[in-house]
Write a protein that binds this ligand. Structure first.
Ligand code: PFF
Length: 448
């Protein structure tokens, strides 16, 4: 492994790194997307497949991305170029770094728009804006927000500014410090919400819904959705984990750390389910309501129960924290790249990257209103960004990373780095050379 480059930032502790990695993984994907995907895909059968995908495909790819990052110690693009050269491989491998960095950059533009929704609902919740809302009013509030480019811009700008503010403060001083505060806070808030759910009438049904699988509901589409989501939720395929690995010291045990991240991410997704579904069932709401699940149904409930203002405030604060620690991780690869390849310092690099991403986000949010007719290949800009990244860039980057580690890195050094017995190493090889790449390819091809 190469010695640490002079001046390259580093995590200050193993714990700080773990919290930042968990902070990246735990995001809107866990609290907003996971519950509605479970709802749309028929419950526990989806959850069962999702858990298998996390363990068999997600986990080895996290390790692969960190391993690449730690060996390269640079931004994902330079890292891939260096490692390909050092291992006598084609320069083409640099594309893994390019598509990863590009994916993170593009994703942040629309992730920040949704982060802005969370912020806007947070403010509404705290000012008691949900009180007495009925179904129509809740639906109208959500579509009203989407239809108003001015307020979407304000919230997107505020969210992007928060993200940039943290990233500008550096790896240990910004990313790590924010995660150390926000992640434990998120854990406490979520536990309180689950406690509230456990005391409600809907808890038994929620448990059954999440954990008693009915495998007749398992279709090809459900399996694909589970696999695709396993990627997104673990922040794979976007250069993020490569960048986070580049700040990693030599002592950290990658397999153990990856296991912790995967477990924490899963616990929080399931916790979000246990916080949301009891409320949904106890109030006779539809679990399959789709992306509006938390934005439309929850305010409705928060508006009529006692303690609703506090609970709503807590919930949207949780959502905002989760989104913020993921957003900072999405910005990091681009900032690292600019810092290392241009004369810009940390602050300048952050400002430049954020400004371009912000502008792209404006184009994305206009597709909900004034530009809703602007279609490119039949998609509005928001959907185009989402599809381009989740269907192409993300699986291709992850596939490249796992293949590179499986087939191109020197075997002995990998075994030493992972500290595996020969049996364990044979299993590792089987997974990174065949199981994970084939899994990714299946999602990639079928989603086309
Ligand atoms: N993993 C985050 C979530 O579940 O919301 C989203 C995300 C963050 C994806 C960072 C990718 C990434 F690089």
């Amino acid at each position: 492994m190469s010695a640490l480059k002079q001046g390259h930032g580093q995590w200050s502790s193993r714990m700080g790194f773990m919290l930042a990695a968990v902070g990246s993984a735990v995001g809107l994907g866990n609290i907003w997307k996971f519950p509605y995907m479970v709802g749309q895909s028929g419950g526990a059968a989806f959850v069962a497949v999702y858990l298998i995908c996390i363990a068999m495909i997600g986990l080895p790819i996290i390790v692969a991305e960190w391993m690449i990052g730690r060996r390269g110690q640079k931004n994902p693009i330079n890292t891939m170029a260096d490692l390909a050269a050092a291992n006598g491989r084609s320069k083409g491998w640099v594309m893994v770094g390019v598509s990863g960095t590009l994916a993170g950059f593009l994703i942040l533009s629309f992730y920040s728009v949704i982060g802005g929704w969370a912020l806007s609902y947070l403010i509404d919740a705290m000012s008691g804006g949900f009180t007495g809302m009925d179904k129509d009013a809740a639906g109208a509030a959500f579509s009203g927000m989407l239809g108003d480019p001015g307020s979407l811009t304000i919230w997107h700008t505020a969210f992007m500014a928060l993200t940039a503010g943290v990233v500008a403060m550096g790896v240990a001083g910004g990313l790590e410090r924010a995660s150390k505060i926000l992640m434990p806070a998120l854990g406490v808030l979520l536990a309180l919400m689950v406690g509230y759910g456990a005391a409600s009438d809907g808890f038994g049904r929620a448990l059954e819904y999440l954990f008693a699988p009915d495998f007749s509901k398992l279709t090809g589409e459900v399996v694909l959705a589970a696999l695709g989501h396993a990627f997104f939720t673990l922040s794979l395929g976007m250069g993020v984990m490569i960048a986070y690995g580049s700040y990693l010291g030599e002592k950290v045990d990658l397999l153990r750390a990856a296991r912790t991240v995967a477990i924490m991410d899963t616990v929080i997704a399931l916790g979000a389910g246990l916080a949301i579904f009891p409320i949904v069932f106890a109030n006779g709401l539809d679990p399959a309501a789709g992306p509006g699940l938390i934005f439309v149904t929850l305010p409705l409930v928060f508006g009529k129960i006692t303690g609703g203002v506090i609970l709503a405030g807590m919930f949207f604060l949780l959502l905002t924290f989760a989104a913020l620690t993921s957003a900072i991780s999405l910005l990091e690869p681009s900032v690292e790249l600019l810092q290392e390849r241009t004369p810009l310092g940390r602050v300048g690099a952050t400002l430049l990257a954020s400004a371009v991403i912000w502008a792209l986000g404006i184009a994305a949010l206009l597709s909900f209103n004034v530009w809703s007719d602007v279609l490119i290949f039949g998609n509005n800009i928001f959907d185009l960004l989402d599809k381009l990244t989740s269907k192409f860039l993300l699986p291709l980057t992850a596939l490249g990373a796992v293949l590179f580690v499986g087939w191109c890195l020197d075997r002995d050094s990998v075994r030493d780095e992972l500290n595996l017995s020969s049996g364990g190493f044979a299993l590792w090889n089987l997974v990174v050379r065949f199981v994970a790449p084939i899994g990714v390819l299946v999602v990639f091809v079928s989603s086309l």
